[in-house]
Design a binder for this molecule. Structure first.
Ligand code: UFG
Length: 342
């Protein structure tokens, strides 16, 4: 039997590379496209080393419609996972057009090509950012979205809406949006992981770079929130677990099991963890003392958000499995690998 092929845009990126591994391990073929604007060719090497086989990779910018058309002409696949996007919240405030251009044009090009070439299934990388400061916690997929607080977040909301409209309008198109909570950690091999450029915006890369001595001190943004220890609560999802959620969603699509033409799933652990708790677990499992100081709140941060994952658990048959401790070990192993530390 021929294997199903999945096109992965942004497959050299953090979540894309882990998903490529998970898909091949689950018996799919993959074609990866990426413009390497925020990722490295080395990620593809890492994927190939883990799998012990080559994967198809093409240097393609999904904003370049002609180049993208070529990919659709050259390769047969029924399913696309669209990861390719910019993701820095702060940068999106300073350069909104860059975000709207890149994130929306690339997304619409993908959908247009799928429509033109009759390719049915698209899986879209959405984000918990669409919930904003939710009235009730944990958030379910029915929890109303709040107005986006950044152009980045707005691109996720708009792309969700575009996908919903297109699935309604085009008989042959099926869509799933996965709303990721906070992805962290790395593959247990330490051959792929997150590769932030410059000063990291996100907590975990800042933690591991501080542990490696690259950053002097971690700033904890606020300890006066209305939470148990005063620091923000988030739902940190292991990136390998997250990758497996994509496999489950792809299976649902390729098996023709979708109940609606457009479906949404939260992908998290369902467990809120505070910034201080994360720091202390990181210190404990890796036997490292992390220098940190409490500073002012970061504008735009919501006090708490975590997922109700019942829908993904029941409908996708997927559940986060890796413990927070193992995830934090893997994050440190990856940082040591890229810094050539023992
Ligand atoms: N934090 C610190 N110090 C840091 C970095 C982060 O204390 O140096 C805190 C933040 O204040 C927050 C928590 O760590 O409480 C997590 O922050 P991240 O930046 O890692 O993650 P966010 O929850 O802010 O961001 C994530 C995704 C975005 C998404 C956003 C909104 O990374 O893509 O959620 O839901 F837009």
């Amino acid at each position: 039997m021929n294997k199903e092929t999945v096109l992965i845009s942004g497959g050299a990126g953090y979540i894309g590379s882990h998903t490529a591994v998970a898909l091949v391990e689950a018996g799919f073929d993959v074609v990866i496209i990426d413009n390497l604007s925020n990722s490295e060719r080395g990620a593809i090497d890492g994927v190939e080393r883990i799998l012990g086989q080559k994967v198809a990779f093409e240097l393609v910018d999904t904003c370049d419609k002609d180049a993208l058309r070529g990919v659709f002409e050259r390769h047969q696949f029924n399913t696309v996972i669209h990861f390719a996007a910019y993701k820095a919240v702060g940068e999106s405030m300073d350069e909104p057009l860059k975000y709207y251009q890149n994130n929306l044009v690339s997304f619409m090009n993908i959908v247009e090509m799928m429509h033109d070439f009759n390719r049915p299934n698209i899986l879209f990388s959405s984000s918990a950012t669409v919930y904003g400061e939710a009235d009730t916690l944990p958030v379910t997929e029915q929890t109303p979205r709040q107005p986006a607080t950044s152009p980045y977040g707005n691109t996720k909301q708009i792309a969700e809406d575009i996908l919903h409209d297109c699935c309604r309008a085009y008989a042959g198109l099926y869509g799933i949006a996965l709303r990721y909570f906070n992805p962290i950690g790395a593959h247990p091999s330490a051959l792929i992981g997150e590769l932030p450029r410059g000063v990291p915006n996100n907590l975990l890369p800042f933690v591991t770079q501080t542990a490696a001595g690259i950053r002097e001190c971690l700033s904890v943004f606020g300890d006066d929130y209305d939470t148990p220890d005063g620091t923000c609560l988030r739902d940190y999802i292991d990136v390998v677990d997250l990758a497996k959620a994509h496999v489950a969603a792809v299976r649902r699509m390729t098996a023709g099991k979708m109940a609606e033409k457009y479906e949404i799933f939260n992908v998290g652990t369902g467990r809120p963890v505070s910034v201080l708790e994360l720091i202390s677990r990181f210190e404990a499992v890796n036997d490292i003392k992390l220098p940190y100081k409490i500073v002012a709140r970061r504008p735009g941060d919501v006090p708490a958000v975590w997922a109700d994952t019942s829908l993904a658990n029941e409908v996708l048959g997927w559940k986060a499995e890796r413990s927070l401790d193992d995830t934090l070990r893997s994050a440190w192993a990856w940082e040591k690998h890229i810094r050539h530390m023992s």
